[in-house]
Design a protein. Structure first.
Lengths: 321, 330
């Protein structure tokens, strides 16, 4: 399977009253066709900024985003229409991403009209078909978002992304506003759709349990930089970066088997610093239990541990792959 | 040390809201008890009546729409539902305190942390002993409370406004606010939900450490089952206004019986992988016309004829494990 998305040294800086915020500061990632790449991090780590850059809500400050080899690092306003269609997004809170004054019909018909997916007289049939694909009854077309449950609203948001036959869908915490039971339904829906249409997902979440079950590969982000990238199973069996270990050991689990997976309890400490004042060297060093002098001064380089597993941490410098 | 006496005993509580569409019986026959020094979890989906229960206990239901129809909330031998508001004022915030879900909404944005903390300390002392504290003493207590909540540089923090703090720090301030009264009971309504896992972990460890140190009884409302497993002594599982299963927290994860509890547990994505279960079909019912009999029966895979007709009583499975389900009885 070929590579569909490649992010090279992506930077996105914002000028604010407090100073320059380096929300994304040199991110390298790649996503293969049909694959799910999980992007995990705390709030403020820049994961949503990466997503918005890919979708084109922002243009990048520097760096490249290659979609099938074509650079799309400029914002959507300068992208060709066909490219806009190929990359869709599902936002975190369906309560705010669906227009409350529109019927579900209008919400789903809009992208069909904009991209001329089907002729006008077939739109209603197509909308019903989309609802069917996300397992909602066709009677929903004349409902407002307010009349729907949270899970149903998110399904409508997914249907809207489906409408234009994209190849890459960016999922920005699609289930974090939902209960576990609803979350399970939405995730199963997403996995089914991926199986049917072969979508590639850039799946952003802070829930590691979800990530384990959805993603093929996982990337951890902290303060605008990548810390560790690994295949999902390997990621949980042998987490390397101290931040990854801290994250995994903070997850409250429900079974004894899961407990065994967690690294020795590392008491999480400190909070993610303000991105205006990023610590020198490795951004994680003030919270890291293994920090050395080197960590405070030098920015860690990429270290390949395995073919698909790499980590940005001084600790593994002498690691032989 | 967990005493055997009950600090809180809720019996057959019914709470409803009047709306234009009719009466919503949100809590309908809830039974729950918390013993002295015990940590009790209350889990359920959104819309199960968890927060309504909390509000009924603290008598902060949105009035006049929300009201307690019947049942008793006995706190230390006295029924809260029959108290006058003056009496409740002597309990709320002093004997029972609370931490809310969203620290940003719980703190007033136009007052500094200091002003808010001083107010609480001043008013509590006045209600408790009728005395007025000196400003110096109030300041001392405020600093102590913030220090206990593991906040650095408390003196400077007192002059900060809530917007200047991060979510985790705000929740710590809320914990400090809840702690200043040395209450015997704390009700926490999903205090970690709005925060990242690492911060949630810190908040939980902090609040549990303080609770254990002071031997405070805790009712912890939560929808994350993992949190319950790690920290609580006993768990109540709530569905559509009723408790459907109660057990020691280790038991509920090892041998849950109620189909709803099982569905919830299966739906949690596991770190060990293996895919995600389908989740429970349907959603929490509308409360205008809730299902008859067992309120869970329309979503239940094991429903029998009797389930839609009669409300299941609690069947005792021993070792404090009780479940309200006809299927389990069979």
């Amino acid at each position: 399977m070929g590579e569909i998305l490649r992010i090279e040294n992506l930077k996105k800086h914002f000028q604010t009253a407090q100073g320059l915020v380096k929300a994304v500061d040199g991110v390298n990632l790649s996503l293969n066709a049909g694959e799910t790449l999980g992007l995990v991090g705390e709030s403020g780590s820049g994961k949503s900024t990466v997503a918005y850059n890919v979708v084109g809500i922002y243009g990048a400050t520097s760096g490249k985003i290659l979609f099938r080899g074509e650079d799309i690092s400029m914002g959507t306003s300068r992208r060709p229409k066909s490219l806009k269609k190929d990359i869709q997004i599902v936002f975190q809170d369906p309560g705010t991403s669906l227009n409350p004054r529109h019927y579900i019909h209008e919400i789903l018909a809009m992208p069909l009209r904009v991209h001329r997916i089907v002729p006008e007289h077939e739109i209603t049939a197509k909308v019903k078909d989309l609802l069917d694909q996300v397992q909602l009854p066709a009677s929903f077309i004349f409902k407002h978002p307010l009349e729907l449950g949270e899970g149903e609203k998110q399904s409508v948001a997914i249907a809207r992304a489906l409408a234009v036959n994209p190849s890459l869908i960016v999922l920005d915490e699609p289930t974090s506003a939902l209960d576990v039971s609803m979350q399970a339904k939405v995730i199963n829906l997403l996995l089914d759709l991926q199986k049917t249409y072969g979508f590639s997902y850039l799946f952003i979440t802070h829930d590691l349990g979800v990530m384990r079950n959805v993603a093929n590969r996982i990337a951890i982000m902290y303060l605008g930089k990548i810390c560790e990238v690994a295949p999902a199973a390997e990621f949980f069996q042998g987490p390397l970066h101290p931040y990854t270990r801290m994250l995994i050991s903070s997850v409250p689990v429900v079974s004894e088997e899961e407990e065994k997976l967690r690294p020795e309890k590392i008491a999480s400490r400190g909070e993610i610093p303000s991105p205006v004042n990023v610590p020198s060297g490795c951004g994680f060093h003030p919270r890291c239990c293994d920090a050395t002098e080197e960590c405070t001064s030098a920015i860690p380089e990429k270290i390949d541990v395995d073919q698909n597993h790499y980590v940005y941490c001084h600790k593994f410098k002498n690691h032989e792959s | 040390m967990t005493g055997t006496g009950k600090i809180l005993d809720i019996r057959d509580l019914c709470v409803s809201y009047m709306t234009y569409e009719g009466k919503l019986k949100v809590v309908d026959g809830l039974n729950l008890e918390v013993r002295y020094g015990e940590k009790v979890g209350l889990v359920g989906e959104t819309g199960c009546g968890k927060t309504t229960t909390m509000r009924a206990i603290l008598d902060i239901l949105p009035k006049p729409a929300g009201q307690v129809d019947s049942g008793e909330i006995i706190f230390k031998g006295k029924d809260i539902t029959k108290m006058k508001s003056k009496e409740i004022e002597r309990i709320r915030g002093i004997d029972i305190t609370a931490i809310f879900q969203n620290p940003t909404a719980a703190l007033n944005p136009v007052f500094t942390i200091g002003q808010q903390l001083f107010d609480v300390i001043r008013s509590q002392e006045k209600r408790k002993t009728g005395k007025r504290l000196s400003e110096k003493e109030i300041q001392k207590r405020a600093v102590k409370a913030l220090t206990e909540a593991a906040l650095h540089d408390p003196e400077r923090l007192l002059t900060n406004y809530p917007v200047q703090l991060s979510g985790g720090m705000k929740q710590r301030v809320c914990i400090a606010l809840a702690m200043v009264s040395d209450a015997e009971m704390l009700i926490a309504d999903e205090p970690g939900t709005a925060l990242d896992v690492t911060i949630q972990d810190q908040i939980l460890r902090l609040s549990m450490f303080l609770m254990t140190k002071r031997n405070t009884a805790t009712l912890y409302i939560e929808h994350s089952l993992g949190v319950i497993r790690e920290w609580m002594d006993r768990v109540y599982v709530m569905y559509a206004g009723r408790t459907v299963e109660v057990a020691k927290s280790a038991d509920i994860f090892r041998s849950s019986q109620h189909p709803y509890t099982r569905g919830l547990l299966e739906a949690v994505p596991k770190l060990t992988g293996g895919g995600i279960a389908k989740g429970i079909a349907g959603r929490v019912p509308e409360y205008i016309r809730p299902p008859t009999g067992c309120r869970f029966h329309p979503r239940c895979d094991y429903r029998m004829d009797i389930c839609s007709k009669e409300r299941p009583p609690y069947f005792d499975l021993g070792n404090e494990h009780k479940v309200a389900c006809y299927h389990v009885k069979k």
